[in-house]
Design a protein around this ligand. Structure first.
Ligand code: UDP
Length: 235
């Protein structure tokens, strides 16, 4: 079927059903705005499976998502949505760009879950933006932003529990939302070690894409370990 879009980590195809898309998860990995490129063996398989477990869990908790079904080894069927060009990052512990931007030492507990918006725009390098920027740029309505923010905070509660049951700390993560044909806001994209920082609860070992970004080694093993734990608890 027709390829609709190819991104850094996924390819999206049309299906016979106009409202259903097939999403293929790739092993390709990029970091630092595309400056670092590589491949992580088995990543597509792990991310498709981990995302499927997470989306099913969230659906059960009452969060509307684009997920329909897993198509092993590394694809899923999802509802067609128009992705809002705003990335939502939720943070429980300081790390990454927050630590770099504000000088908060990585690993510092935040006093409350921090919600940030980034403008999904490659030419502008995905800048941090505020709600008024979103409205001025017409990226979403005030109502849609409020709904997205409420859902993101709920998702943080649910995913923190989901990963905690697996002995993992959900440090931070990125979400994307889309509008279905009826204008309903759905959680879209993926939930995986590409988009979530996950630390082992006991040792605080990083089990996510930071192993690739920072050349920490055992990258494939980290993705497999997260899937092994998620499958063990939620499978
Ligand atoms: N993130 C992502 N895609 C992006 C940027 C960030 O999935 O394009 C995730 C990242 O994996 C982390 C969280 O969002 O879990 C916060 O990332 P941060 O802003 O700290 O940026 P980074 O350090 O990854 O550049």
């Amino acid at each position: 079927m027709e390829k609709l879009y190819e991104g850094k980590a996924k390819v999206v195809y049309a299906t016979d059903e106009p409202q259903v898309l097939r999403i293929h998860f790739k092993d390709d990995a990029t970091a630092f705005d595309g400056a670092k490129r590589g491949s992580i063996g088995g990543k597509g398989y792990c991310n498709a499976h981990i995302s499927a477990y997470a989306f099913r869990y969230l659906e059960k908790a009452g969060i509307p998502t684009h997920f329909l079904e897993l198509r092993p080894p590394n694809e899923m069927l999802a509802r067609r949505v128009r992705i809002l060009p705003v990335e939502v990052v939720m943070r429980n512990i300081a790390a990454g760009s927050l630590s770099a931007r504000l000088g908060i030492e990585e690993g510092t507990d935040l006093p409350f879950a921090l919600l940030e918006h980034f403008y999904k725009n490659d030419a502008l390098h995905d800048p941090l933006i505020c709600e008024e920027h979103i409205r001025i740029l017409g990226l979403a309505t005030g109502e849609q932003i409020a709904e997205v923010n409420g859902m993101a905070r709920e998702v943080n509660q649910h995913l923190s529990s989901f990963f905690s049951a697996c002995g993992l700390i959900l440090v931070d993560f990125k979400l994307e939302f889309g509008l279905d044909s009826g204008g309903r806001v759905l959680l879209a994209d993926e939930v995986s070690p590409d988009t979530c920082r996950l630390w082992d609860k006991e040792t605080r070992t990083k089990l996510d894409k930071d192993r690739f970004r920072r050349d920490l080694g055992k990258v494939e093993e980290a993705y497999q370990e997260v899937l092994r734990r998620v499958r063990g608890v939620h499978g």
